[in-house]
Write a protein that binds this ligand. Structure first.
Ligand code: 5GP
Length: 233
């Protein structure tokens, strides 16, 4: 049995014989509101492994370096081992979720320009919002890394927004994580799935993401399947 290095809310990370590589295993566990709400989305692990692999392949073709090396099975993917930069990098195109709440507006307002937000990745603190100065002052990331992260996040936004628009899906907002690889390069890590991205049908604004679980809207599994259908059409 390979040694488990880490277990998160949605994934487990296992060591391999190569010190620079790990296996990530996608679980069906679903949590929301910093772990307060817990449940299962049937076969989420399988669907999210498929969706992340699809998006990461698309991004690699468009020049974005990432940690995935090879999908190994339904739930497992071989990845470069990285040191995760403890920032949740959120990109927003349309006001929704915590932004709509904060600004006292209805969800759905298109923003005049994309917003990038940083949250310090710390469950005990509830992932507080921080900025570039915090990142450098607390040694979370260097100035150069923050600049690189922002540039990659905006490029990823452009690539995904266009790709999804062609498939009649609106890219509302999403969360990225970056890591530093063995060569010291900042690369995209973690996942891009309906757990971490808000996707609305372009015609009806129907939610095709984890808000269906967070808000008890029903048809959660169907929404994830619909995302796969649109991506692979
Ligand atoms: P909000 O700040 O509106 O709750 O989230 C903005 C976007 O980032 C959403 O697409 C949401 O899915 C994603 N996001 C923010 N924080 C987290 C987190 O802790 N876990 C996950 N899975 N997604 C997050």
């Amino acid at each position: 049995m390979a040694e488990m290095l880490y277990e998160g809310k949605a994934k487990k990370v296992f060591a391999t014989d190569n010190p620079n590589e790990v296996v990530i295993y996608y679980k069906d566990d679903a949590t929301a509101f910093n772990g307060l709400k817990k449940g299962t989305i049937i076969d989420k692990g399988i669907m999210n492994n498929t969706i992340t692999t699809f998006f990461f392949d698309l991004l690699a073709k468009n020049g974005i370096p990432h940690h995935q090396l090879k999908k190994l099975s339904d739930r497992e993917v071989l990845c470069k081992k990285v040191s995760i930069i403890p920032l949740e990098v959120i990109v927003r195109n349309i006001a929704a979720g915590s932004l709509a709440k904060k600004m006292g507006i209805e969800e759905g307002l298109p923003l005049k320009k994309p917003i990038i937000e940083f949250c310090y990745k710390n469950d005990e603190l509830g992932d507080p919002m921080v900025n570039d100065d915090y990142a450098e002052a607390f040694g979370i990331a260097t100035d150069a890394q923050v600049t690189e992260i922002k540039s990659m996040a905006l490029k990823i936004n452009d690539i995904l927004k266009k790709f999804l628009a062609d498939r009649k899906v609106r890219l509302i907002d999403f969360k990225l994580e970056f890591g530093v690889d063995a060569d010291g390069r900042v690369i995209l890590a973690d996942e891009i799935t309906p757990d971490t991205v808000r996707l609305w049908d372009a015609g009806t604004n129907e939610k095709l993401d984890k808000d269906r679980f967070r808000r008890d809207l029903g048809n959660v599994e169907e929404a994830y399947q619909e995302v796969i259908r649109r991506l692979t059409k």
